[in-house]
Design a binder for this molecule. Structure first.
Ligand code: AMP
Length: 399
């Protein structure tokens, strides 16, 4: 079976063509800068990487370009579109309606539209991606795999906010959590790498990318996570503040005469390490300058690492100790500095990073804990697309 996975963001569509049973990627890539100048496709096959400027302006155009390059006579992985059996979509917010992956039909689309306001940055482009795929690949099954699904096992004490209960009862205001597909993949993979049964493990998974979240995974189930009702809660992120005294929001909004929507944009787009450093949200740049001793960058990285450590410590307590801590995402997979600094001075809790194993490790699976560490510390590149393709195949088999 060939599954096309689509991850449709506001200005990009990432894709992979996968044979889920063989865990084989036939080709992959992304259309970037949709709706802005310089739209292009970057397409990777097993032996080459092609970049091409595109004259398109929306998600339908992006899907057309993807299908075209995938069936190109010279470099295409497919002879025709009939070789695509199904499309698996990464969907960000399933609200309280979707605790599992679903075959997308008209009812599901209607519910997705209802969930739109929950994740205004993510859900609308997700929906555009599904609509474009339905139009361009008519008759092919589309499956939605939700970022929130893995966290549907959170207990009420973790997901309820201390606001009048009716907002939960009537409006479904609660913690949902995100990056679930990634947390699920790396937790499962950690158990495999350690040759342990995930059903008997406590694992903390740290997905650190431009968006970032930590999850507490007990016996294979998520029991708490740092992102909340929206992806704004929790860790310090590229441009999101993460946890903050709500009083700061009221104060700044009043001071700057911001509308609610402007405040929402501000705390999502202008804060995080971008706001702290007053320069950039690219962690590579921040890291380089922090390590060169530039003060503003060092304090930014200190705040970023401190928040990660605080969440890890909380989840150690909630789970009464852990077997493994996993790092993933662009930063988690690549930054030895972030891994070392977030876990420093935790030896009394049985957490010790092996400097030699950690230093210079980028984008590869590895165990980086020291021999004397009670807790295994792992780096695992995430693979959300594989989970989406496997989920798509599973749902279709059950149909
Ligand atoms: P993601 O959202 O998972 O794609 O992660 C993107 C983030 O990973 C960006 O902030 C990058 O700067 C960061 N990143 C990528 N490579 C490195 C690296 N070698 N060291 C530190 N951060 C990195």
């Amino acid at each position: 079976m060939n599954v096309l996975t689509l991850n449709s963001g506001s200005s990009s569509v990432k894709y992979q063509l996968i044979r889920p049973d063989k865990k084989e990627v036939l080709c992959s890539g992304q259309v970037e800068r949709i709706g802005i100048d310089g739209t292009r496709i970057v397409h990777k096959t097993n032996d080459e990487k092609i970049k091409k400027e595109l004259d398109i302006s929306n998600h339908k155009g992006a899907i057309d370009s993807i299908l075209e390059i995938m069936t190109d006579e010279e470099i295409g992985a497919l002879e025709g579109l009939d070789e695509i059996d199904a499309i698996g979509h990464r969907l960000v917010h399933g609200g309280d309606k979707f605790a599992h992956s679903v075959l997308i039909d008209d009812d599901v689309m209607e519910t997705l539209h209802e969930c739109k306001d929950f994740a205004p940055l993510h859900n609308p482009p997700n929906i555009k991606g599904v609509e474009a795929a339905e139009e361009r690949l008519p008759g092919k099954p589309n499956v939605g795999v939700f970022d929130t699904a893995f966290h549907s096992t959170l207990p009420p004490e973790a997901y309820l906010y201390a606001i009048p209960y009716r907002y939960y009862r009537e409006e479904s205001i609660r913690k949902y959590g995100f990056h679930g597909t990634s947390h699920y993949y790396v937790a499962s993979r950690a158990a495999q790498m350690l040759d342990k049964d995930i059903e008997n493990m406590n694992i903390i998974t740290c997905h650190l990318g431009n968006g970032a979240s930590v999850a507490a995974v007990k016996n294979g189930k998520s029991i708490d996570t740092s992102m909340g009702f929206t992806p704004l809660e929790g860790l310090v992120m590229g441009t999101r503040s993460g946890d903050i005294d709500p009083g700061v929001i009221f104060y700044i909004a009043e001071e700057e005469n911001m509308s609610i929507e402007e405040a929402n944009q501000f705390f999502n787009k202008k804060c995080g390490v971008l706001g702290l450093s007053e320069d950039t949200n690219d962690m590579r740049d921040l890291e380089e300058k922090a390590l060169a001793g530039e003060k503003q960058y060092k304090i930014t990285m200190d705040v970023y690492h401190y928040r990660i450590k605080k969440y890890i410590s909380a989840y150690l307590g909630i789970m009464n100790g852990v077997d493994a801590i996993v790092f993933t995402g662009g930063v988690g997979e690549n930054s030895d500095y972030t891994r070392e600094d977030s876990l420093k001075n935790m030896d009394n809790l049985g957490i010790v990073v092996d400097k030699e194993k950690n230093d210079g490790l980028r984008g590869k699976e590895a165990i980086i804990s020291a021999d004397e560490s009670d807790v295994d510390i792992l780096v695992i590149p995430t693979n959300e697309e594989l989970v989406i393709a496997q989920e798509t195949a599973r749902i279709l088999k059950e149909k």
